[in-house]
Design a protein around this ligand. Sequence first.
Ligand SMILES: CCCCCCCC/C=C\CCCCCCCC(=O)OC[C@H](COP(=O)(O)OP(=O)(O)OC[C@H]1O[C@@H](n2ccc(N)nc2=O)[C@H](O)[C@@H]1O)OC(=O)CCCCCCC/C=C\CCCCCCCC
Ligand SMILES: O=P([O-])([O-])O[C@@H]1[C@@H](O)[C@H](O)[C@@H](O)[C@H](O)[C@@H]1O
Ligand SMILES: [Mg+2]
Ligand SMILES: [Mg+2]
Length: 245
Amino acid sequence: MDTIVQPGGPIRSAARRPLGGGGFREIGAVRKAMLNKYARAFFTRVLTPFAALLLRWGVSPDAVTLIGTAGSVAGALVFFPRGEFFWGTITITLFIFSDLVDGNMARQAGTSSRWGAFLDSTLDRVADAAIFGGLALWYAGQGDNELLCAVAICCLASGQVVSYTKARGESLGFPVDVSGLVERAERLVLTLVAAGVAGLHGFGVPYVEWLLPVALWLVAVGSLVTVGQRMLTVRRESREAEAAA
Ligand SMILES: CCCCCCCC/C=C\CCCCCCCC(=O)OC[C@H](COP(=O)(O)OP(=O)(O)OC[C@H]1O[C@@H](n2ccc(N)nc2=O)[C@H](O)[C@@H]1O)OC(=O)CCCCCCC/C=C\CCCCCCCC
Ligand SMILES: O=P([O-])([O-])O[C@@H]1[C@@H](O)[C@H](O)[C@@H](O)[C@H](O)[C@@H]1O
Ligand SMILES: [Mg+2]
Ligand SMILES: [Mg+2]
């Protein structure tokens, strides 16, 4: 096992995977999308003292992962289907930062593990499903817009497929050396900023309600493009491996 230290980011343990013909590529050292590249280091610095405090209180990284997911799911499914976008976004935002804190705690405590990585990524999928599912439920019900309901479902499904492409590619031994146009952080920031601001419409702020549909379209199209980018990358890596063999 090699240890890869990513600047401003997590330390990942990554296997060197055979690529046929005796070559090896490291899993985990991939090109990152914008937010992961530029914002992660900042949030790591800001959240490190808080993560250290939680560790001193005896809280485990797994507990933070679980509580963060439960809070995000509750915020999304309680508020979004009723069209309460402002309070839904505030609740989700408070809990979703746990996804940056859990890994930070594990690294500080020296307990980063493959179980932790599995739990973290699996529960990310649950939170994502609740967020876009909550928005789809709004448009299917009182929001009364079939097209936007379909777009929200497309965001949900394509976001999950984006993650699956990487997980499946890596499980087959490919580096999947691409993040693509929109990683999870981009999908969430676009959606939550738009939902939060659009929610101000409920407090009488005019002309903000169109932000959410625009963001959903952007996330849906961006995620589909990202699926394509990752599939093409795996196809190229597969052909390279076969050629080398
Ligand atoms: C007018 C309003 C304007 C508002 C502007 C707001 C601007 C945007 C604000 C914030 C943006 C924040 C972006 C931060 C993104 C940084 C990029 C990033 O890091 O993304 C990925 C991460 C987490 O990834 P991961 O979980 O993989 O990393 P970890 O560090 O956890 O490491 C994983 C490894 O750790 C080990 N491990 C983990 C867990 C465990 N139990 N055990 C373990 O061992 C293991 O080795 C693992 O492999 O972040 C995300 O994906 C989350 C993104 C957060 C998105 C925030 C969205 C909020 C945005 C906006 C809210 C706006 C509210 C507006 C309200 C408007 C009112 C008017
Ligand atoms: O692949 P994707 O969904 O765009 O991106 C995500 C990564 O950026 C994140 O670090 C990880 O914790 C998620 O589970 C997910 O894999
Ligand atoms: Mg995390
Ligand atoms: Mg995560």
